[in-house]
Design a protein around this ligand. Structure first.
Ligand code: GDG
Length: 469
């Protein structure tokens, strides 16, 4: 079996990130992939160095070999906080109002990708498969090719891919996309993002796309496909059975004195639609005075990307909104929104999900959204809760038995909460049963095998069973 070299912006070393309790979906997915595969995970350590040296810190922990580099403050400003999180992230989530176009960011992005390429090069052996992750590293493959790497190389994008008309607002968009075509395989979360990408290469670059979605570029064949990511189902259901999960479940249940529980779990990010969610819940409280005090919203939102102004802004907005809604609807022994700005260990999270009657997952735009899948996996099949899911999350393409909502409509969110609270047990069970099949079968193991097999050129392997056509 070929070795796998996984390259991503950040590397989650050992179990430290797990203990901190706020690792993102990418880290959760990759760790389980690497544990099973011989190989190396390369990326930024998250640490600063006054001057870039390219020194590789190699470690073996938890069955995973990692190699990390430190970056200079200017790299972090221009590449990570700049081009990645102030330019590409908002643009890829359809927020051109928040997208900043700064030439220094673009230069920093290229410089750091070049530094990644130079540093990882000595680790790559001739038969290795190279698997690059996410929007931070789109041009990395082309830089490795320029250094003579002929290995099979794949890219997986965890975010959405924006419509062509939005992407063309990015200066030098052609150059960015052309650099991506140096990979052998380009993976997206859903067919929607894939179609946007194929639209771009046809309309803007005049390239031909074959029936198998392969793109002929400079005499090479690049395969673009959807590979919807899943959760580590086995690991998560085990965590949900643990004593720690049961204690967390009981603690939360006891604390609400018989009220129903709605849960949201999200990195504090504007793409997750937290403000709209709170407003929808506020509308539900206002529309249903007879049901007031019968439902509590627990929102867990560990802060992320705090160095970026738009993230500071959303934090302030949410604090104000929570205060406003709680002020209007609280009573001496009742507070409708519990807004918690910190992370919890995974087992506790699983217990909270299980205790919740409704999973409220309402991003305005999301590549996939693993929280929706975790909520389903954590339910008691005999008495499951109801998943309310944004129609704009990639997960909505698979989880069609959730109650799908338009997160921009406070009325729709409010009505859907009511519907979910009143849903009879038989219907809850029926919906959950179908959702569970998708979450269990299209898990992270299947995702990884599918991507790696495709990268190895083993032809089209099993398509996810529950991906919409
Ligand atoms: C990106 C894409 C795509 C959250 N709070 C805590 C905690 N989390 C964990 C969740 C879940 C993960 O973080 C979040 O994953 P998501 O998929 O919801 O979102 P992103 O972080 O934006 O991930 C996304 C994903 O990559 C994978 O491709 O699905 O669309 O944006 O696993 O449980 N974990 C713990 N404590 C917390 O308080 N332990």
């Amino acid at each position: 079996m070929s070795r796998l070299i996984v390259i991503s912006n950040r590397v989650s070393v050992a179990s430290a990130a797990g203990a901190a309790g706020a690792q993102g979906g990418l880290a959760v997915a990759l760790k389980s992939a690497l544990r099973e595969h011989r190989g190396i995970w390369f990326g930024w350590s998250g640490q600063e160095t006054p001057e870039f040296t390219g020194h590789l810190d190699m470690q073996r922990n938890d069955g995973v070999t990692t190699a990390t580099i430190d970056l200079e403050p200017q790299d972090i400003d221009e590449y990570y906080n700049g081009y990645a999180n102030r330019t590409l992230w908002p643009l890829f989530h359809y927020r051109i109002d928040l997208t900043e176009y700064d030439r220094n960011f673009g230069e920093g992005y290229e410089r750091v990708n070049e530094r990644f390429a130079t540093s990882v090069l000595p680790l790559i052996e001739p038969d290795d498969l190279v698997w690059v992750h996410d929007y931070h590293l789109l041009p990395l493959g082309s830089m490795l090719r320029a250094k003579g790497v002929n290995n099979r190389m794949g890219l997986f994008l965890h975010t959405p891919w924006p419509p062509t008309r939005l992407l063309t607002s990015l200066p030098m968009h052609e150059r960015l996309v052309a650099s991506m075509l140096e990979y052998d395989v380009i993976g997206f979360q859903t067919t929607e993002w894939l179609e946007s990408f194929l639209h771009y290469v046809q309309k803007e670059m005049g390239l031909k796309v074959g029936l198998d979605n392969s793109i002929l570029y400079k005499g090479r064949r690049v395969l673009a496909r959807a590979f919807p990511i899943g959760i580590d189902y086995a690991e998560f259901t085990e965590a949900a059975q643990s004593e720690e999960a049961k204690e967390a479940h009981d603690r939360l249940k006891l604390s609400v004195h018989g009220s129903k529980i709605l849960i949201g779990v999200d990195r504090l990010d504007y793409s997750k639609g937290l403000g709209e969610r709170f407003s929808g819940f506020g509308r539900f409280l206002a529309d249903n005075p007879d049901l007031a005090e019968s439902a509590v919203l627990l929102q867990i939102a560990p802060p992320s990307r705090g160095d970026v102004a738009s993230y500071q802004q959303i934090r302030e907005d949410l604090e104000r909104k929570t205060g406003h809604i709680n002020g209007a609807h609280a009573d001496v022994a009742f507070v409708p929104i519990r807004y918690v700005n910190r992370g919890f260990p995974r087992a506790q999270l699983a217990g909270f999900y299980r205790a919740a009657d409704i999973g409220l997952v309402t991003p305005l735009r999301d590549g996939m959204n693993l929280v929706a899948k975790e909520y389903v996996a954590a339910q008691d099949p005999e008495n499951p809760g109801v998943l309310i899911l944004s129609q704009f999350a990639g997960a909505a393409m698979q989880l069609k038995d959730a109650l799908l909502v338009n997160p921009h409509s406070v009325e729709h969110v409010s009505e859907t909460i009511k519907l979910a609270l009143e849903m009879p047990l038989a219907q809850r069970r029926k919906r959950h049963e179908k959702l569970l099949v998708s979450v269990r079968d299209d898990d992270v193991v299947r995702w990884r095998e599918d991507f790696v097999n495709t990268l190895q050129g083993k032809g089209k392997t099993t398509q996810p069973q529950h991906q919409a056509a």
